[in-house]
Write a protein that binds this ligand. Structure first.
Ligand SMILES: [Zn+2]
Ligand SMILES: [Zn+2]
Length: 228
């Protein structure tokens, strides 16, 4: 269970920042542009809208989809399910390492998780399949997230919800006049508790979403509404 506190521990802050430091300016632009949710179709277009997004969208955008399968016979090829159309989208790695850097370093590369590709451009491959071709310069724009798309959406919504209800204990639901008497979960910074006992009682329910919300928070730098 993470510590109960308002501040991330130093190790945690370091881990979070180093984890995402591989992302370049386009990632930071994306974060600045989003502010809200992965349901924003301007920022997370479906595959069918990707061409238009790549051509017209002045704002940064990213493609996201659930991993349905992957293989690394000649090169790493990940098949995603488009969240909107449920059509297969093939992500083929044409970098010098043929995707080995992704498959080797990512224990999260597995069915049911998601892949997010910043600034993805759509492509029709020679065999007629639709997808995204990854070159050397695209490698840093590929992010594998240890959650399904549905789980990301749910955690994102709950995250935004909880941000609006920061004057209640996430476990026993007691409302307080002074929010300073509640302490935040040390990892996700979203759930808030009266004390250690309330956090412990909520932990079984909270532990999965805690990780998802922590990731979302870091990924999108969502600012919670200022507490009264
Ligand atoms: Zn409580
Ligand atoms: Zn938490």
């Amino acid at each position: 269970m993470p510590p109960i506190s308002d501040q991330p521990s130093q190790a945690e802050a370091q881990a979070l920042s180093s984890k995402h430091s591989l992302h370049n300016d386009s990632f930071n632009d994306l974060v600045a542009a989003t502010r809200n949710t992965i349901l924003n179709e301007q920022i997370f277009p479906s595959f069918d809208d990707l061409e238009a997004a790549a051509r017209h969208n002045r704002r940064p955008f990213a493609y996201i989809g659930d991993i349905t399968s992957y293989e690394s016979f000649l090169r790493l090829v990940i098949t995603l399910k488009d969240p909107k159309t449920h059509q297969p989208v093939v992500v083929a790695f044409y970098d010098d390492g043929r995707g080995t850097s992704i498959s080797r370093n990512n224990r999260d590369l597995t069915e049911g998780n998601t892949v997010m590709i910043f600034g993805a451009r759509p492509k029709t491959f020679l065999d007629g399949r639709q997808g995204i071709r990854i070159e050397n310069e695209d490698l840093n724009n590929v992010l594998i997230l240890p959650f399904s798309y549905d789980k990301l959406v749910a955690a994102n919504e709950r995250y935004l919800d909880l941000g609006k209800q920061s004057n209640a204990c996430s476990s026993c639901k007691t409302r307080v006049a002074d929010t300073k008497v509640l302490s935040g979960c040390g990892r996700c910074k979203v759930t808030r508790y009266c004390n250690k006992e309330c956090q412990t009682a909520d932990w079984d329910k909270h532990k999965l979403e805690c990780r998802a919300m922590g990731e979302i928070r870091t990924l999108f730098r969502i600012e919670l509404p200022a507490r009264a």
